[in-house]
Design a binder for this molecule. Structure first.
Ligand code: AHR
Length: 619
C-alpha cells in the first residue's frame, strides 16, 4: 500500500482523543477504585436492597442484630449494628471478597454508641484466623451519643493470601448495657496521592500509564436510576461520609456513594483528565419520563450541580463546595444531558422537550460549556454535540470505519462507550439478553476497535474523544464483561487488557492536526489515520490490519519529510486472535519498536502483519 501524506489541509483535533468512563457497575468503584476495604460499612439499604449484615459475621461469643435506633448516627445512615456478648464480642468483615495485607499503613475508623470502659481491638486476620496486624483503641464511647474512634494498622509482612478479614472486638463484660452499637466502620490502605477517602493505587497507576485525557461520569445507566426517585442525586454524594445515604445502583447492588461528585473531580485532577459531566435528564430506566410541566426542577438541579463545581464561593452552591473542603472552583467544559436517551422509551420526549430544556438552561447560564445530547438519533440543535455508543462484534466494527467521514463538525461527537464485546457470529450482532459477553477483551476484538478508532482519528475535528466502556470490573462480582481493566482484591493481579494496550499506544501518540493522505489502494485490510503532533513536530501514522491473508507492505511518505529522517515504528501483535490478558496472568500483547529511516524519496518502508496495530512517529 502506497500512502502519500500532504503537509497541510487537515484539521485540528479536539486534543482529547482517548479517555475513560466510569459509572458504578461491576464493583468498579465500590470494592475497586474507591479504596475502602470494608464491604457494607454502614449497613445502607434501599427498597431494592434492604439493609443487611452482608459481609459481616460475629466474633467470639457475640451476636449481631441490625437496629434502626431512635437516635441514629445520622438521618442518612439510620441503620446500625448492635453487638451483644459477655466475653470477647465484636464483628468480622470479609472485605470485598478478601483484604490485601502488606507492610503499609491502613487507616481505620468506626462510630460506636454505648457506655464502655475497656478498649477495642482492631485486627487484620488471615483466613485461618492468624493475626496479621492488630491495635488497641482506648474507648471514648458514651452512653447516649455516637463517638468516632480512629486507628491505624501496620502489618509487618505481606500476606500470601488476600482472603483476609478485618475484625473489631471489645470486652463485652465491660459494656454497661451488655451490648454496643456500631456504624460506619471503615478501613483504607494508602491511596493515590494520599487522599483521604481516596483511590486504589494500582488501578490509578494503570490508568495513569494509559494516559486518559478525559473522564465521562457518572454513567451510564447508573446515572439514570431504575426509577425517577432512584436517580443518581449529586447532592447526596458530597460531604462527610455519615451524610451520604447510599443508593441502589442499576447494577444489582447497593452503593455507599463514598465515591461521589467531589471524588470524581479529584480523580480528574489527579490524572489530569477533562471532566465530561453527565447530568440527570428526566428519564429513568423503567421508562418513566418527567413531563414537560415538571421539568424545571430537574434543569435547576443540573444548574445547581454545575454551580457547585464551578461557582465562586459567593454563590449558594459554590459556598457549599467550600464547606465540604473545596473553596477553589473547578472548570467544566463539557456537560452531557442524560445517558442513552434514545432507549428506555426516552427518545420522543428527549426530542420534544427534555434535551432542549436542559440545553437552553445550561447555555443561558454557562455559554462556554459544550452541551452534548446523549444520542445522535435526533436533530441536534446548533452549537450542541452528541454521544454515540457501540457494543458489537469485530466484523461489525470494521463496517463503521467510514461512518464519521460525512458528519458535520458543527455537532462534535463523543464516542462515550465503545467495545467489541462478542466474537464474530456471521453478522448476527450481539445478544443483548446476556451482557456477560467475552470475559476479557480479546485480540481480534481489540484490532477491530483500533479500526473504528482510526476512523474517528481521521475525523478528529468532529470527534471529541473515545472511551472504552465499561472501564473496570471486579472479577469477584461483576455484571458486564469485558472491561479495559479487570482486578480482584490482590493489586498484584490486575489485568491490563489487550484493548488497554491499544489505547495506551494511541494515547501516547496524540495528533494535534490530521493531515490528508492519498493512496491508489482503498482501505482494507490496512486502515490508517495520518497527522502531526505540532508540539513535538512529529509526523504520525497510525494503522491496523484486519483480515489480511499476508503481511501488508507499506510505503509511506510525508510531504516535506526527506531522506534519512528517523522514525520509531511500534507494532502490537498477539499470539492468536483470541489472546486475552487475564487477571493474575501475564501480558500477552507483544510490542516491538524498531527505528527506521526514510529512503531516497523520503519513503518509510515496512510490513505490517495481519491482526496488528501500529504507530509510526518521526523523531
Ligand atoms: O457500559 C454498560 C452500559 O451500557 C451503560 O450503563 C449504558 O450506558 C450502556 O447501555
Amino acid at each position: 500500500v502506497t500512502i502519500s501524506v500532504a503537509k497541510s489541509g487537515g484539521n485540528a483535533t479536539s486534543g482529547l482523543q482517548y479517555g475513560a468512563m466510569e459509572e458504578e457497575i461491576n464493583h468498579c468503584g465500590e470494592g475497586g477504585l474507591y479504596a475502602e476495604l470494608i464491604r457494607n460499612r454502614a449497613f445502607q439499604g434501599s427498597s431494592k436492597f434492604p439493609s443487611s449484615l452482608d459481609a459481616w459475621t460475629a466474633a467470639g461469643d457475640s451476636s449481631l442484630s441490625l437496629k434502626n435506633l431512635t437516635d441514629p448516627l445520622s438521618t442518612a445512615l439510620p441503620t446500625s449494628v448492635n453487638v451483644k456478648g459477655s466475653g470477647t464480642a465484636g464483628l468480622v468483615n470479609a472485605g470485598f471478597w478478601g483484604i490485601d495485607v502488606r507492610p503499609q499503613k491502613y487507616s481505620g475508623s468506626f462510630f460506636v454508641k454505648g457506655k464502655y470502659s475497656g478498649s477495642f481491638t482492631a485486627s487484620l486476620l488471615s483466613p485461618s484466623g492468624k493475626v496479621l496486624a492488630s491495635t488497641k483503641v482506648t474507648s471514648k464511647s458514651k452512653a447516649d451519643s455516637w463517638v468516632q474512634h480512629s486507628f491505624t494498622l501496620t502489618p509487618k509482612s505481606k500476606s500470601s493470601d488476600t482472603k483476609n478479614t478485618f475484625s473489631l472486638t471489645f470486652d463485652g463484660s465491660k459494656a454497661s448495657s451488655g451490648s454496643l452499637d456500631f456504624n460506619l466502620i471503615s478501613l483504607f490502605p494508602p491511596t493515590w496521592n494520599d487522599r483521604p477517602n481516596g483511590m486504589r493505587k494500582d488501578l490509578m497507576q494503570a490508568m495513569k500509564d494509559m494516559g486518559p485525557t478525559f473522564l465521562r461520569f457518572p454513567g451510564g445507566n447508573n446515572l439514570e436510576g431504575d426509577t425517577i426517585p432512584g436517580r443518581w442525586k449529586w447532592n447526596e454524594t458530597i460531604g462527610p461520609l455519615k451524610d451520604r445515604p447510599g443508593r441502589a445502583t442499576t447494577w444489582q447492588y447497593q452503593e455507599t456513594l463514598g465515591l461521589g461528585l467531589v471524588e470524581y473531580m479529584e480523580w480528574c485532577d489527579d490524572l489530569n483528565m477533562e471532566p465530561i459531566l453527565g447530568v440527570w435528564a428526566g428519564l429513568a430506566l423503567n421508562g418513566d419520563v418527567v413531563p414537560e410541566s415538571e421539568l424545571d426542577f430537574y434543569v435547576q438541579d443540573a444548574l445547581n450541580e454545575i454551580e457547585f463545581l464551578t461557582g465562586s464561593v459567593d454563590t449558594e452552591y459554590g459556598a457549599l463546595r467550600a464547606k465540604v473542603g473545596h473553596p477553589e472552583p473547578w472548570k467544566i467544559k463539557y456537560v452531557e444531558v442524560g445517558n442513552e436517551d434514545n432507549l428506555s422509551n426516552g427518545l420522543e420526549s428527549y426530542k420534544a422537550y427534555r434535551f432542549e430544556a436542559f440545553y437552553k438552561g445550561i447555555k443561558a447560564k454557562y455559554p462556554d460549556i459544550q452541551v452534548l445530547a446523549s444520542t445522535i438519533d435526533m436533530t441536534i440543535p446548533e452549537g450542541a454535540g452528541g454521544d454515540w455508543h457501540l457494543y458489537d462484534t469485530p466484523d461489525n466494527f470494521i463496517t463503521k470505519f467510514n461512518m464519521f467521514d460525512n458528519y458535520s463538525k458543527d455537532h462534535p461527537i463523543l464516542l462515550g462507550e465503545i467495545a467489541a464485546t462478542e466474537p464474530n457470529n456471521g453478522g448476527a450482532g450481539i445478544d443483548w439478553s446476556n451482557t456477560h459477553f467475552s470475559l476479557y477483551p480479546w485480540w481480534i476484538g481489540t484490532v477491530s476497535e483500533a479500526v473504528l478508532l482510526l476512523g474517528a482519528e481521521r475525523n478528529a475535528d468532529k470527534i471529541i474523544g473515545t472511551t472504552y466502556a465499561p472501564f473496570l470490573m471486579n472479577l469477584d462480582s461483576y455484571q458486564w464483561s469485558p472491561t479495559i481493566l479487570s482486578f480482584n482484591s490482590n493489586p498484584d493481579e490486575t489485568a491490563r487488557s489487550t484493548s488497554y494496550h491499544l489505547y495506551s499506544l494511541f494515547n501516547h501518540n496524540i495528533m494535534t492536526n490530521t493531515l490528508p493522505s492519498e493512496s491508489p489502494d482503498s482501505f482494507g485490510p490496512l486502515y490508517y489515520a495520518t497527522g502531526l503532533n505540532s508540539k513535538t513536530n512529529s509526523h504520525i501514522f497510525k494503522a491496523a490490519v484486519y483480515n489480511s491473508t499476508a503481511d501488508v507492505p507499506v510505503s509511506l511518505t510525508f510531504e516535506g519529510v526527506g531522506r534519512g529522517t528517523k522514525a520509531d515504528l511500534t507494532i502490537l501483535t498477539a499470539p492468536d486472535p483470541f489472546t486475552m490478558n487475564a487477571v493474575g496472568g501475564d501480558n500477552l500483547v507483544k510490542s516491538k519498536t524498531t527505528h527506521i529511516k526514510a529512503g531516497k524519496k523520503g519513503e518509510f518502508s515496512f510490513k505490517l502483519p495481519n491482526l496488528s496495530v501500529a504507530v509510526l512517529s518521526t523523531n
